[in-house]
Design a protein around this ligand. Sequence first.
Ligand SMILES: *[C@@H]1O[C@H](CO)[C@@H](O)[C@H](O)[C@H]1NC(C)=O
Ligand SMILES: *[C@@H]1O[C@H](CO)[C@@H](O)[C@H](O)[C@H]1NC(C)=O
Ligand SMILES: *[C@@H]1O[C@H](CO)[C@@H](O)[C@H](O)[C@H]1NC(C)=O
Ligand SMILES: *[C@@H]1O[C@H](CO)[C@@H](O)[C@H](O)[C@H]1NC(C)=O
Ligand SMILES: *[C@@H]1O[C@H](CO)[C@@H](O)[C@H](O)[C@H]1NC(C)=O
Ligand SMILES: *[C@@H]1O[C@H](CO)[C@@H](O)[C@H](O)[C@H]1NC(C)=O
Length: 340
Amino acid sequence: MSSSRKFFTVFLFSTYLLILSAAQPDPKSCLTNEDGCWVRCLGFHDNSNSTYQTNLNRLFSSFTSNPGNNYGFYNASFGQTPDQVNAVALCRGDLISNPGVCLSCFNNATTELRKSCPDAKEAIVWNENCMFHYANRSIFGVLDSNSFYSWDGNKVTNVSAFNGVLSPLLESLRIKAAAGDSLLKFATGTAAVSALQIIYALVQCTPDLSQPQCNACLSDAIGQISDCCDGWQGVRIFGPSCNLRFEIYPFYNVTADGPAPAPPLSPPASNDTPSTSPGESENSPRIIIIIVVSVVGFLILIICSCICFFFWLTKSKKRRHRLNEIEVEALISLITLLVY
Ligand SMILES: *[C@@H]1O[C@H](CO)[C@@H](O)[C@H](O)[C@H]1NC(C)=O
Ligand SMILES: *[C@@H]1O[C@H](CO)[C@@H](O)[C@H](O)[C@H]1NC(C)=O
Ligand SMILES: *[C@@H]1O[C@H](CO)[C@@H](O)[C@H](O)[C@H]1NC(C)=O
Ligand SMILES: *[C@@H]1O[C@H](CO)[C@@H](O)[C@H](O)[C@H]1NC(C)=O
Ligand SMILES: *[C@@H]1O[C@H](CO)[C@@H](O)[C@H](O)[C@H]1NC(C)=O
Ligand SMILES: *[C@@H]1O[C@H](CO)[C@@H](O)[C@H](O)[C@H]1NC(C)=O
């Protein structure tokens, strides 16, 4: 029967979409619509008048004054188990010479968490300048290799040439950052793909990690690039314990970096001739992810409703055989149209 075969095809396709949507990156974009800001909420607590909420409020208000250590790292605990709130916050390593930026970033992050995750037991926010993580479990010195990704810009023209320069750059930065001390585990660097294209890269671990933990975290993150984002000009891999980012324009404070690299077979490139400027970076792929997830979710809802409707139709209208067939046919065409 052709209509049942069509129905089966639609069913398979919707299952496929369901799996696809489940495999999408887990963090959601921030409510502030701030560029490159992601938030993740885990667990659930009663936020009305619980001890946990009280401790959480103490944590959030502590950020209006406390900038952490002088290296942009902050760890704190409020309350007693089982209502203890533990927090770790990390400012991007090149911003620590300007503590006001870190403090402002932490404040923005806590505002975001209050709005996006009002009743989460554990939550984490990443934006371009800092990371803020709180949980009911101990998170200080704990390696968490869970990581997420985003990309921007365009695809590079010669992927093998780009990766041939990128890989050794990231490996050297990983070793440099992991060798950092208990205050700062951070490294930036540049490498030239051609006279016109320079890769700017940054890697950072939370400094509470040991050297082997930081190495492991960054190795995982670097390994993920080929799976998620091979060939993109700009990529961020971010997790609770470490993060990395590279772009073909300077997105961090390059003055602390030392001289720019000499590109192969050409005169030395100056720092201020990137192919794109930071403010004009393309972010549409990230927005597309969000749109795709929403649309897919909406479609699944529609498809489920249609399936229910289909069964209701076949059950309740057995007598009107001919009309029923036509209705089902029309319904399936509509679903197929919607899906595509
Ligand atoms: C909140 O809890 C405290 C102590 O547990 C209690 O005194 C207070 O009345 C509660 N407030 C509300 C609005 O439930
Ligand atoms: C924060 O980290 C330091 C180690 O750098 C540790 O001694 C201290 O106990 C931690 N504070 C809290 C509140 O966890
Ligand atoms: C904090 O948020 C404000 C307003 O959205 C923004 O202007 C500012 O740049 C943010 N600060 C940081 C460090 O991101
Ligand atoms: C943290 O909260 C989650 C969710 O409520 C709970 O399952 C877990 O046992 C808690 N962990 C600790 C260490 O209290
Ligand atoms: C890409 O770069 C490699 C060198 O890394 C070179 O051998 C190859 O010819 C280039 N391919 C193209 C299509 O330019
Ligand atoms: C960049 O880093 C240098 C050296 O650490 C510092 O003097 C300068 O203020 C920084 N610039 C910005 C914009 O943060």
